[in-house]
Design a protein around this ligand. Structure first.
Ligand SMILES: NC(=O)c1ccc[n+]([C@@H]2O[C@H](COP(=O)([O-])OP(=O)(O)OC[C@H]3O[C@@H](n4cnc5c(N)ncnc54)[C@H](OP(=O)(O)O)[C@@H]3O)[C@@H](O)[C@H]2O)c1
Length: 333
């Protein structure tokens, strides 16, 4: 089969596309003919050896796929050859065939396309875990989403609206705010790029407060970090929850601890991969709920671009360069 292989850590152009032996499903595993593989920011990090999880070389990046079941390992029940599925595939998804544990696979309703499902598991799983288990988001609350047009950002908007929140999107351009509004955001704030001056940080904070009548936002979803975190936190409501999701801007923010004291607010970490590993049943329930919401049309992953499998390096480069919005998937056909 054809696979994208990371033979040495480095930028995307170091990846090679080559023929490798077909994987064989072991006990409890399922072999999937990949139709679409989701591209996520952790893929950008893992190929550069910058991620929390460190697979040994060589490996194939890609942590989620949608496709058809091609073969079953021993002991697998409830799945048959030919079933449409989506699956979590820790490091192996950017290939024509991928192995998944039967416990980390879910049937795909006919109404949901492979492309829509291929880039769904990580972004929607992360955002649902964050908003449901970490923030306990309630109907009528205000949710601020930073990096709002990115993969997890779009998922947070989509799920936030389905949960009944009023959503304020923040992103680096009017075009990205338009994407966020297409997904359902009620309001948008364009923030500057590059190093933010004190004045720019205060202006960002003031804009958030203005949109909430001075009260501040109940929940902040932050996958960006950098210079955006502190001004966002300064605009949180009393007893609000600030979700630490990622640091796409690079620097890990250092937060003055008087800020959570003054607002009696929570700063809450989100680590979806570890949550899924520690609580597989809760994660399976969440994924099933999300697939149900997708089948009912209550959430709708926004696939903005597909790339042929061979162009994985270009997809990852576009992600690194802040060029992508919504979900990006690699397709095999
Ligand atoms: N905690 C978890 O469990 C978990 C799970 C999945 C992902 N993550 C993390 O969440 C973050 C976002 O992931 P994603 O899949 O949404 O990525 P993405 O689609 O590339 O979106 C990231 C967004 O961050 C913003 N950004 C700001 N500075 C950037 C920079 N220097 N380079 C790239 N983007 C920059 C961009 O929006 P603007 O241009 O609008 O600022 C971009 O849309 C990553 O750090 C990822 O590792 C965490």
């Amino acid at each position: 089969m054809k696979a994208v292989v990371c033979e040495e850590f480095g930028p995307p152009e170091k990846l090679v596309v080559k023929e490798v032996p077909d994987p064989v499903p072991g006990e409890g595993q399922v072999l999937i003919e990949v139709k679409a593989a989701g591209v996520n920011f952790p893929d950008v990090l893992v190929i550069q050896d910058l991620y929390q999880f460190k697979p040994g070389l060589p490996f194939t990046p890609g942590s989620e796929v949608a496709g058809l079941v091609k073969a079953l390992g021993s002991g697998v029940k409830g799945v048959k050859v030919g079933d449409r599925v989506l699956a979590s595939t820790p490091w192996s998804g950017f290939a024509e065939l991928a192995l998944a544990d039967a416990s980390r696979l879910i049937h795909l309703p006919d109404s949901v396309s492979f492309e829509m499902a291929g880039g769904f598991w990580t972004t929607y799983g992360t955002s649902y875990n964050a908003l449901k288990e970490r923030a306990h988001l309630k109907e009528g609350q205000t949710l601020l989403v930073l990096g709002a047009a990115g993969g997890v950002g779009v998922a947070a908007i989509d799920i936030g609206k389905a949960m009944g929140a009023r959503v304020i999107a923040a992103a680096s351009s009017e075009e990205k705010i338009a994407v966020a509004k297409q997904v359902g955001a009620d309001e948008g704030i364009v923030y500057p790029t590059g190093e933010l001056s004190r004045e720019q940080q205060k202006a960002f904070s003031d804009q958030i407060k203005e949109l909430t009548g001075g009260e501040g936002v109940d929940v902040i979803y932050d996958p960006v970090g950098g210079d955006y975190a502190e001004p966002a936190l300064r605009a949180i409501a009393w007893d609000g929850t600030y979700l630490v999701v990622g640091f796409a801007a690079g620097p890990i923010p250092r937060i003055p601890l008087n800020l959570p004291l003054l607002k009696q607010c929570q700063i809450s970490g989100v680590f979806y991969g570890a949550f899924a590993g520690r609580f597989p049943e809760a994660n399976a329930k969440n994924t099933a709920e999300l697939v149900g919401m997708m089948a009912e049309g209550r959430i709708k992953p926004l696939v903005t671009k597909t790339y042929p499998l061979e162009d994985a390096a270009q997809a990852l480069t576009d992600m690194m360069n802040r060029k992508v919005t919504g979900s990006v998937v690699l397709v095999t056909d």
